[in-house]
Design a protein around this ligand. Structure first.
Ligand code: ASP
Length: 522
């Protein structure tokens, strides 16, 4: 059976099994942020990246996490999930630890997050580790974790070897300039198109006006400011070797690899050839490892979806339905109309053929919520099924995985304007034209600065909210529905990377794009 059908079948099976476990086993209705009907008083309630905070063990005996927090509960420990480094959850009870955590994640040092307290109404609900459902989900979670760790293991070696060989292979002359110009031109154009579309839809549909969010509209709209030069500053590593030690520093790694590859072309012939051979050989080996991991994709996707759907369910979507619909609509228009038109008109490639060829990468993106974790699959798919040359794909795709995020860009706009609309309709906030321009620019930069890891977009949204002087609390609400939206926007991010690669490949004179899969079977 063809790989894409196999993955699709396992993906659907994962949704069905996850939903079945969610419905028929014992555990909270859904894990996520709850909107308590009465004010919840807690000493500290997480405003977090993911929602698997360990709360059950702090609840008094006989209470179920599904009831959420109650007046008088004191949360002693909050586990912030680091997303990419799942294993390194950060325990925190202080805003300072939260700030550090977010700074590490690339949201800049300016983010201040108040722990929700007093009359705030949202509370985190966690899956009780002793519940029947948690026990059922454990083996799926185990396999999903191993699958994700395999993908993560490959990210850094792939990014370094592919960018260095890609840039060095271009020869440092006019080829490099042309390919670089086209690549960044494509990234900037599609990201701005995405931002524009997001802005248009959120202003037409106005999902935030009159929304019942259960958060106080009388916030303090002042004080904070943001320096956007920080994103540029953070691109330059202080210590190159430190940059290589964490999957969150991808912009720094890319920056270093681009320059390193470029200067290989300037080295004397002997050294140049040696370096080209060395990095070329390493890239070849890592790509073989990626092909091997590809064989696991269907089963990894299955286990990931059982875990995600089994934990989260669909209940969490209700309060934020209009917002979600707006994001989904924008994602659909961008990926099904805007990008295919560009692919057809500028690249001369059939969008249908291309989407079929790219489907393994898109389905991996959907289940991992991470462009970086998808990169091994993306590169493999581009070369084996897309028929793109190694020269083009190894330059365009790794850069795109970190820098080009159309789905994230439009999501930032919609999320921020949605909250601004809410505060404008319920409180004193004024959403001026200049504020909207700020959102456009900030969303564009945020999509570049966001790491290709789960929920990175939500973290970046905090920086835009502070630029607009809006309270950060709103982002905590959006957290409840972040996972499904993250899955979808990551698909669009990866789709845009592959469309860009096809367009640039065709401009470089490559033909037969999308035909590679004819030879594929398994
Ligand atoms: N998860 C997304 C990605 O990896 C980024 C985001 O959170 O928007 O592409």
């Amino acid at each position: 059976m063809k790989q894409h059908w196999k993955i699709l079948i396992w993906l659907i099976a994962g949704v069905v099994v996850g939903f079945g476990l969610q419905q028929f086993t014992d555990g909270p209705g859904s894990v996520g942020t709850r909107f308590a009907p009465e004010p919840v008083v807690a000493d500290g309630v997480a405003v977090g990246i993911r929602v698997d905070a360990v709360l059950q063990d702090q609840l008094p005996k006989g209470r179920n996490a599904s009831e959420g927090l109650q007046v008088g509960d004191v949360v002693k420990r909050i586990t912030m999930n680091a997303g990419m480094d799942d294993e390194k959850g950060t325990d925190t009870t202080s805003t300072r630890a939260l700030e550090e955590f977010l700074a590490q994640r690339g949201a800049g040092g300016v983010v201040t997050i108040e722990l929700l307290s007093g009359d705030k109404r949202s509370a985190l609900v966690a899956l009780d580790p002793e519940s029947t459902r948690a026990r059922w989900l454990a083996p799926f979670k185990f396999i999903a974790d191993i699958f994700m760790r395999l993908l993560k293991m490959l990210i850094m070696p792939l990014v370094v070897t592919s960018i260095v060989t890609g840039v060095a292979g271009l020869g440092g002359g006019s080829d490099f300039g042309r390919m670089g110009g086209r690549t960044f031109g494509y990234y900037a154009t599609t990201s701005f198109l995405a931002v524009g579309l997001g802005m248009l839809l959120v202003n037409i549909l106005q999902p935030g006006i009159g929304a019942r969010l259960g958060i106080s509209p009388d916030a303090d709209f002042g004080q904070r400011s943001e320096n956007w030069l920080d994103i540029l500053r953070r691109m330059v590593p202080e210590n190159a070797f430190n940059a290589f030690t964490g999957n969150g520093n991808m912009l720094q790694v890319i920056f270093f690899s681009l320059i390193f590859g470029f200067f290989i072309t300037k080295a004397a012939e002997k050294q140049r050839n040696f370096m080209l051979d060395l990095f070329g050989a390493a890239f070849d080996v890592v790509m073989r490892m990626a092909s091997w991991v590809m064989l696991l994709v269907p089963y990894g996707v299955f286990c990931l979806l059982v875990k995600v759907i089994g934990e989260t369910g669909f209940d969490v979507f209700r309060p934020l339905g209009a917002y979600m619909l707006t994001v989904m609509l924008a994602l659909i228009i961008h990926s099904c109309v805007v990008l295919p038109l560009l692919l057809k008109v500028v690249g001369g490639v059939s969008p249908l053929k291309w989407v079929r060829a790219m489907s393994p990468a898109l389905m991996t993106a959907f289940s991992t919520s991470s462009s970086s974790m998808t990169l091994p699959t993306t590169l493999n798919t581009l070369e084996k099924r897309g028929g793109v040359s190694n020269r083009t794909s190894s330059f365009v795709a790794p850069l795109g995985a970190t820098v080009n995020m159309d789905g994230t860009a439009l999501y930032e706009c919609i999320g921020v304007v949605f909250l601004a609309q809410y505060y404008a309709s319920a409180g004193d906030f004024v959403l001026s034209f200049s504020a909207q321009v700020t959102v456009v620019m900030a969303a564009f930069l945020a999509s570049i600065g966001a790491a290709g890891i789960p929920s990175a977009g939500l973290v970046m949204m905090l920086t835009i909210l502070s630029a607009l002087k809006l309270p950060l609390e709103g982002a905590a609400l959006l957290l409840a529905v972040d996972r499904p939206l993250d899955m979808c926007r990551t698909v669009v991010n990866v789709w845009s990377d592959t469309v860009g690669t096809a367009i640039i490949a065709s401009k470089e004179g490559e033909s037969g794009l999308g035909d590679g899969m004819v030879t594929e079977s398994s």
